[in-house]
Design a protein around this ligand. Structure first.
Ligand code: PA5
Length: 446
C-alpha cells in the first residue's frame, strides 16, 4: 500500500476531464523540475535527496542522536521556519500525545525554542531546564537568524552554568551551512559537533537533511524508514509514471484548476490532533513557495472534528472561495471500544462495542458529503497509517507537488524574498549596526 489521492469530489467545480486535460502541461513542469532546468534550480537538492542519503550518513546521525539521548532528559530543538517545522511535524505525528507527561521514559522530551521572540516563553523554558539534564540542537542554515540566535545564546549560557566546557560540547550539536554564517564560526570556535545543511536545499525542503533527521532520531523514531518512504514516493512521482498514476502531478493540477475557478484558499484538514504540526509544515511549504508576485493559494488548516465546532459553520456556509484537502488516515494505532451502559442516559448505546475510530471515520465521511454539498470541493489524501514510512511518503509527495504547482503558477517556488521586509524594519528599529539609514527613515514614520 502507498499514499493515494482521490480527486473525485472536486466536481462539479472541476471535472475529471479537466484534470486529465492538464496532463501535458503538468508533465512538462515535472520534467523541468526533475531535469533541474526551471526557476530556482539551484535549490533542487531535495529532489534526489531520498535516493542519495547513504546508510553511513544515517548511521552518523543516529550515533549523535544516541549520545544526546543518553546524556539528556530534555533536548531543545532551536530553530525557526524550515529549520524547525519539519522535525516538529514528524515528531508530533508519531509521539504519544501525552509522552511529555509520562514519568518512565525511553526517549528525551523534545522541546522547541527559537521559533518566537517571546520573553515569557523563554523565561518559562529556562525555569524548567535549570535543574534538568538537557542538550541543544541548534539549527540555522544562514546561521544569522535572530530568533534562534537569541534563544541559543540564553540556552547556551544556562548550559555553561551547569556543566564544564567539555560536557557542554557533548550536549550541543549545531546544524548549519558548511562554511558561512555566525553559527558556523561559533560552532568551530567552541568545538561543537556539526552537521551540514546542503547549499542546494532550502529551509522548507530540508526535513530529510540533518535538520529534520537528527531531532527525529533523538525523539526515538526511525529515520531510515522515513527516508525509505520518501524514496518510494520519489519513484512513484517520477517522469516515467503516467499522469493519472502520479499523485503529486494530480494534486498540483487539481489545486491549480480550483484556484483558477476562484477557490483562493486551501484548507488542509486532519482528523487526528497529532497532525496539527504537519499542517503547520505544509502551510510553510506552500505559503512560502507560492505566495509571491501577488499570486498564490492561501494555505490554511483545521483540526477536525475539534474545529467543526468552531470553523465548521464558515466552511459549510461562508464565502465559496475555499476547497479542502483532507489527510485521511486508514488505521488507528490503538483500539478503544465504546462501552455499553445500562442506564444509557447519554443515549450512546447505539455505539456500544464500536471503535472510536469508526465514529471518527463516519464524522469524516459525513463532513465530506456535507461540505461538497455546500460547494466546498474536496481532495483526499489517503495515508494507510501514521508511521515513519508513510510520513516519509507524504513529505515527499507534498514537496514534489509544491514544485510542480509553483511552476504551473509561474513563480519560483524555491525562493522567499518577501520574508526579508519585516527583518529590515526590525533591525532598523533595534538600531542594528549597518542599518543606520533605515533607522533614520523608519523613525520618521513613527
Ligand atoms: O524556508 C525558509 O527558508 C525559512 O523558513 C528558513 O528556514 C527560516 O527563516 C530559518 O532560516 P535559517 O535556517 O537560516 O535560520
Amino acid at each position: 500500500k502507498n499514499l493515494a489521492i482521490d480527486v473525485s469530489n472536486v466536481a462539479p467545480e472541476v471535472s475529471l476531464d479537466q484534470i486529465n486535460a492538464e496532463k501535458e502541461n503538468v508533465q512538462k513542469h515535472l520534467e523541468t523540475l526533475m531535469a533541474k532546468t526551471g526557476k530556482g534550480n539551484d535549490f533542487l537538492g531535495w529532489v534526489d535527496l531520498p535516493a542519495e542519503i547513504s546508510a553511513d550518513h544515517l548511521k552518523s546521525i543516529e550515533a549523535t542522536a544516541e549520545r544526546l539521548r543518553n546524556k539528556a532528559d530534555y533536548v531543545v530543538v532551536t530553530g525557526i521556519g524550515g529549520s524547525y517545522l519539519g522535525a516538529r511535524a514528524v515528531i508530533d505525528a508519531l509521539n504519544d500525545s501525552f509522552d511529555h507527561l509520562k514519568g518512565e521514559r525511553k526517549n528525551p522530551v523534545i522541546l522547541y525554542a527559537g521559533h518566537n521572540i517571546s520573553e515569557d516563553y523563554t523565561y518559562e523554558l529556562l525555569e524548567l531546564l535549570k535543574d534538568k539534564s538537557f542538550g541543544i540542537i541548534v539549527i540555522s542554515k544562514s546561521g544569522t537568524t535572530t530568533e534562534p540566535a537569541i534563544a541559543f545564546r540564553v540556552l547556551k549560557e544556562l548550559l555553561e552554568t551547569k556543566y564544564d566546557k567539555s560536557e557542554v560540547k557533548e550536549r550541543i550539536v549545531a546544524i548549519t551551512d558548511a562554511k558561512k554564517g555566525a553559527l558556523r564560526t561559533l560552532a568551530e570556535q567552541e568545538g561543537y559537533e556539526t552537521f551540514v545543511i546542503p547549499d542546494d536545499v532550502g529551509g522548507r525542503y530540508s526535513v530529510l537533511t540533518p535538520v529534520g533527521l537528527l531531532p527525529i532520531a533523538v525523539a526515538g523514531f526511525s529515520i531510515s524508514e522515513l527516508v525509505r518512504g520518501a524514496k518510494t514516493m520519489r519513484d512513484l512521482t517520477g517522469t516515467d509514471v503516467p499522469f493519472d498514476k502520479n499523485p503529486s502531478s494530480i494534486y498540483a493540477a487539481t489545486r491549480n484548476l480550483l484556484y483558477q475557478k476562484g477557490k483562493k484558499t486551501e484548507i488542509l484538514v486532519n482528523y487526528h490532533p497529532k497532525l496539527h504540526y504537519f499542517a503547520e509544515w505544509w502551510k510553510q511549504l506552500y505559503g512560502e513557495s507560492e505566495g509571491k508576485e501577488n499570486k498564490g493559494i492561501f494555505p490554511a488548516a483545521v483540526d477536525f472534528t475539534t474545529d467543526l465546532h468552531s470553523m465548521g459553520q464558515w466552511i459549510q456556509e461562508g464565502e465559496r472561495t475555499i476547497f479542502e484537502t483532507v489527510i485521511s488516515v486508514g488505521a488507528a494505532r490503538h483500539r478503544v471500544l465504546i462501552p455499553r451502559d445500562e442506564a444509557n442516559l447519554d443515549n450512546l448505546n447505539y455505539l456500544a462495542g464500536k471503535r472510536i475510530d469508526e465514529v471518527n471515520k463516519m464524522a469524516e465521511l459525513g463532513t465530506r458529503i456535507a461540505h461538497t454539498d455546500g460547494g466546498v470541493p474536496n481532495i483526499r489524501i489517503e495515508l494507510p497509517e501514521l508511521n515513519e514510512y508513510y510520513l516519509g511518503q507524504m513529505i515527499y509527495f507534498f514537496e514534489k507537488a509544491c514544485g510542480i504547482s509553483g511552476y504551473i503558477l509561474g513563480v519560483n517556488p524555491f525562493d522567499q524574498p518577501g520574508v526579508e521586509a519585516y527583518k529590515k524594519n526590525m533591525f532598523a528599529l533595534l538600531g542594528k549596526p549597518g542599518f543606520e539609514k533605515e533607522t533614520e527613515a523608519i523613525k520618521k514614520r513613527l
